[in-house]
Design a protein around this ligand. Sequence first.
Ligand SMILES: [Zn+2]
Length: 207
Amino acid sequence: MSDLFVLFNGYSKMSSDKEMLANCSCSLIIGQHNIIVDTMTAWDSDKIIKALQFHNILPNMINYVISTHGHSDHIGNNNLFLHAKHIVGFSISYKERYFLHAFDQGERYSINESVEVLPTPGHTLSDVTVLVKTNEGTVAVAGDLFENSEDIETPSIWKSAGSENPILQRKNRLAVAEIADWIVPGHGSKFKVTQEIIDSLRTQLVD
Ligand SMILES: [Zn+2]
């Protein structure tokens, strides 16, 4: 088991017709390894360092940095964590060493007994979701596979946030909902997966 703490809830909103305000959800996993998922924009380093301090964690105590995909609001502070292995989408590296893994064949990457990384392309073609076994069940830190909980009722929300492969994204949204008890979406608050959500995502497959 690991503990999962959402350090910051992501959001996104239009501030005018040509400008959007957005930042991602940033999560900390504490267990056999210390893991940070999605490191916000490059201007958020002080906030992140402070939030980690609250959990008595210094940046050099982080073992893995995971960016669910390579967009600027999900990778901004990866270089705070230089003792960590970095997983950015399908790419796993430490310094100049790159570790090959068949995410593109659908293979999960296991970090420890309670944390694994699942390929969930759609928003980008190399998005990943982090599955964490916690004492409240399995939590999926899903990045922009889910924009927020409202995007289940209103799919235009995730589609207009950008989807490089909507068909794959629909399939992976259902697949993640079927294995998770909770979802941390890329730009909203953590929500519980209900049977209604699963049914609704299944109906949308054939839309
Ligand atoms: Zn995002």
